[in-house]
Design a protein around this ligand. Structure first.
Ligand SMILES: N[C@@H](CCC(=O)N[C@@H](CS)C(=O)NCC(=O)O)C(=O)O
Length: 230
């Protein structure tokens, strides 16, 4: 099977959930990282310069044997099935989906503030995220972990749900989002355990070493490393 994951050159959860699950399962894939120029082209034409279809003109896109599939959730499910990190049981699978969709919801909340140009409104949005929205969602996620008998989100092994949360938390924990302090995660012991246990997996370490920026001073909201532990 020929697999290609197309995304920007950054370790954002939408792509990482696919890239890392395949990497951890030792499944070969082409890790295509496009430039700003490629992005302009795909916005205009709905495809890359090599003809690869980008259905909604957004990324990530997974290309399987020449067929493009868009949308982070669907891509996570396919990569999870390929890598053995997505349950076969319908209910367990739904429990993984609900986590991925919640990461999407949190991402969308953050996006609103990222698109805000007025600095005062943006600061207020970030304060609301820090004081209310993120802790509320982190609390719901924590309740789900607490209700499971293992310390993972679903079942007793790592699923793509854990990878999505790990990657999303890493983005927050790196402190690259102005006015969202990494400390917002600190009260959530169960979430930190998922993060730290997964981050200590040797294959995750290998993946980070191979692909993450190691510029500690970077304050780019998109180009960042993530901490080993939180
Ligand atoms: N609904 C899509 C959203 C994907 C998305 O927002 N991708 C962003 C990058 S993280 C993107 O392509 N942004 C460029 C744009 O929309 O112009 C999904 O779930 O994958």
């Amino acid at each position: 099977m020929d697999l290609k994951i197309i995304y920007f050159d950054m370790p954002f959860w939408r792509a990482e959930v696919a890239r890392l699950s395949l990497f951890m399962a030792n499944i070969d894939f082409d890790d295509v990282r496009i430039t700003g120029d490629d992005n302009k082209f795909l916005k205009e034409h709905g495809k890359l310069k090599d003809g690869t279809s980008i259905p909604f003109r957004q990324l990530p896109v997974l290309v399987i044997d020449g067929q493009s599939v868009a949308q982070s959730g669907g891509i996570a499910r396919i990569c999870g099935k390929l890598s053995g990190m997505y349950p076969e049981d319908m209910v367990e699978a739904g429990k993984v989906d609900q986590i991925i969709d919640t990461v999407t919801d949190m991402n969308v909340m953050l996006n609103l503030s990222m698109r805000e140009n007025d600095p005062i409104i943006k600061k207020q949005m970030r304060a609301d995220l820090t004081n209310t929205d993120l802790p509320r969602y982190f609390g719901y996620l924590e309740e789900i972990i607490d209700a499971n008998s293992s310390h993972w989100f679903v079942g007793d092994t790592v699923t793509v749900a854990d990878i999505a949360v790990w990657s999303f938390l890493g983005w927050i924990a790196q402190g690259v989002l102005d006015d969202i302090p990494p400390e917002v995660i600190q009260p959530f012991v169960g979430l930190r355990k998922v993060y730290n246990e997964l981050g200590e997996h040797p294959l995750v370490g290998q993946w980070k070493k191979k692909t993450y920026s190691h510029d500690e001073s970077s304050s780019d909201e998109y180009n960042y490393d993530i901490p080993d532990r939180i």
